[in-house]
Design a protein around this ligand. Structure first.
Ligand code: HEM
Length: 121
């Protein structure tokens, strides 16, 4: 099970990296839009994240912090919804672009700073 968790964690982090990369490549663009990296990254991060929780829940030695995971899931789903709803638009308002960037940063901070007790996630 440990190897499955680690593979899913790698996929999860690749999704996060693609979403962040898709956001970063647009920083210098005068008009912002949702690109395919953001779509694929957000989808991959959410699907792999939910699968990770399933693997962790199946391990009786591990305690999952449901508050932390709940917050991550809600933020992740909002990011995914905003990305999917605006995928076909040739440009999006700057405010929406920065909202997606801020929510992505928020989920990164929840993952890193919301430290659960030792031996739990
Ligand atoms: C865009 C959204 C997301 C971002 C940017 C993100 C980011 C990250 C990062 C950077 C880590 C590694 C740091 C750590 O292990 O503490 C992580 C781990 C994790 N994430 Fe996410 N995440 C997102 C969405 C989700 C969602 C939707 C879920 C589940 C509902 C989730 C569940 C997890 C779990 C369970 C871990 C710990 C994995 C382990 O160490 O085995 N994430 N996330």
């Amino acid at each position: 099970m440990e190897i499955v968790r680690l593979v899913l964690l790698v996929v999860h982090l690749l999704g996060f990296a693609a979403l962040t990369g898709g956001i970063l490549v647009q920083l210098r663009e005068p008009t912002k839009r949702v690109n395919s990296l953001m779509r694929d990254g957000a989808g991959t991060a959410v699907v792999a994240g939910v699968a990770l929780v399933g693997v962790l829940e199946a391990d009786s030695d591990v305690q999952v912090d449901h508050a932390k995971i709940g917050v991550k899931l809600v933020i992740g789903l909002i990011i995914l919804a905003l990305v999917m709803m605006n995928l076909r638009r040739p440009r999006i308002p700057d405010g929406l672009f920065w909202l997606i960037a801020a929510l992505t940063l928020a989920n990164l901070c929840v993952a890193v700073f919301w430290a659960p007790a030792h031996g739990s996630y």
